[in-house]
Design a protein around this ligand. Structure first.
Ligand code: PSV
Ligand code: MN
Ligand code: MN
Length: 424
């Protein structure tokens, strides 16, 4: 096992004095720091199995080595992240990239590391070897009933895999759509997709949710059959109470007001949760908080305010997942940065003075409203997040320890330069 408890303790001892000083100074400035620390400790973010290796673009891929070669090794990588940050206590699988040959053993391995399985993802956006029908012209929307049947059955199989692992949600992301005007009858494509989703929905266990993920573009570049939150919401409403809309931060048209979308989906009780990442142009799948951390904070502000208004449990009532791809960074370092950014934005949102904000809104005091938000956004809350990690047994500085412990070098020695073949 890489990075034992003893290494974390030694690391924390080295950094403790400096941390304690920063924390004490911060605690003097903010209201109820203990509440924030406790809520951050409880807040876990699921790691996508497909982001543990180097990603790539259609122009190339530059693997860094030491990538996981099996589902067991993927679980070990997530376990390592979780040991370091105590904030990555779940994993999200993609089928058929991660078919568990022995689900009982996989489930035990994960729980021995304190990990649970978040949503399982189906894949009808690629043809698999030996598959009877092609998804070239769509899956659940396809004109040919046999293609739709194949895609429906695949989703049902994904549910069975998820059940064996203790997962409780199915994420359906469809690449279905059209590349050119005239290629598709929008209304009929929607109707066929809805009927297919209805069959999958009927196969959901009673305590499961279906997450309908939307995306504005790519791989289809004229229309997407689940292209935006409106369309996803329409499917989710027509499907029933177990269906929800999943927000992937990279799936909007430029400058979309994502926090407003989040607020309204939450208000309607139809927000599934997130695929967190960041982007400058499109579905860039960059490290969370690396481009627009203010937007991330504004999203969390809506989440905290909206979840509290509905009496929801912050940690348990939505799906908190990352969906990222790493072209030039070490994937594990990138994921540590992403979890940190998410927890930081959450901590900031918890400290927004909601009563003062409401007051400012009621008085149309626009400047005061901005000040209230930016006051917390501009306060460095990293010591609070570090304290949450410390109290849970994680490292004060996970990324530094990852490097000091020579984790990547050890992984390369163990696993070699084997190329991870899945992921987009
Ligand atoms: C599609 O762009 C997506 O965001 C979906 O969530 C897929 O499951 C994932 O990326 C595949 O990498
Ligand atoms: Mn996604
Ligand atoms: Mn995406």
């Amino acid at each position: 096992m890489l990075v034992h408890k003893a290494a974390i303790t030694a690391h924390n001892e080295t950094h403790y004095a400096q941390h304690a000083k920063a924390l004490a100074a911060l605690k003097d400035r903010i209201a109820d720091p203990e509440r924030v620390i406790k809520l951050v400790q409880e807040f876990q973010v699921a790691i996508p199995s497909w982001a543990l290796g180097t990603g790539g673009t259609r122009f190339g891929r530059f693997p860094g080595g030491g990538e996981p070669r099996s589902l067991e090794e993927k679980i070990e990588d997530v376990a390592l992240l979780h040991r370091l940050n105590q904030g990555s206590g779940a994993i999200s699988l993609h089928i058929p990239w991660d078919i568990p040959s022995n689900p009982k053993a996989i489930r035990e391995l994960a729980s021995s590391h304190g990990l649970r399985f978040d949503a399982v993802n189906s894949n009808t956006f690629q043809d698999q070897p030996g598959q009877a029908h092609s998804y070239k012209f769509g899956s659940l929307q396809h004109l040919n009933e046999q293609v739709r049947r194949q895609a429906i059955e695949h989703n049902m199989e994904v549910i069975r895999h998820g059940e064996a692992l203790g997962s409780q949600a199915l994420t359906v992301w469809l690449s279905d759509g059209s590349c050119f005007p005239g290629q598709l009858n929008f209304r009929k494509a929607f109707q066929r997709t809805l009927e297919s989703l209805q069959e999958i929905y009927a196969a959901l266990p009673k305590d499961w949710k279906m997450f309908v993920e939307y995306k504005a573009f790519e791989p289809n570049f004229y229309s997407m059959t689940v292209g935006d939150w409106g369309q996803s919401y329409l499917y989710a409403s027509k499907l029933g109470p177990q269906a929800y809309t999943l927000v992937d931060l990279g799936h909007h048209l430029p400058n979309a007001n994502i926090e407003q979308i989040v607020s309204l989906l939450l208000m309607e009780g139809k927000l599934a949760g997130f695929h967190f990442n960041d982007s400058k142009y499109g579905d860039d799948d960059l490290t969370v908080g690396s481009i627009n951390p203010y937007q991330l904070f504004l999203i969390f502000n809506e989440l905290v305010e909206g979840m509290d208004a509905r009496g929801m449990n912050h940690a348990a009532d939505l799906g908190w997942m990352i969906d990222a791809s790493h072209n030039v960074k070490d994937p594990l370092e990138d994921l540590l940065q992403s979890v940190e950014a998410i927890r930081l934005a959450y901590a900031q949102a918890l400290l927004v003075d909601q009563a003062a904000l409401r007051q400012a809104q009621e008085n149309n005091d626009v400047a005061a409203a901005q000040e209230i938000l930016q006051e917390v956004y501009r306060t460095d809350l990293r010591p609070l997040v570090a304290e949450a990690r410390l109290r849970s047994g994680g490292a004060l500085r996970p990324l530094d320890l990852f490097r000091e412990a020579g984790v990547r070098k050890a992984l390369i020695a163990q696993r070699g330069y084997h190329a991870h073949t899945t992921g987009l």
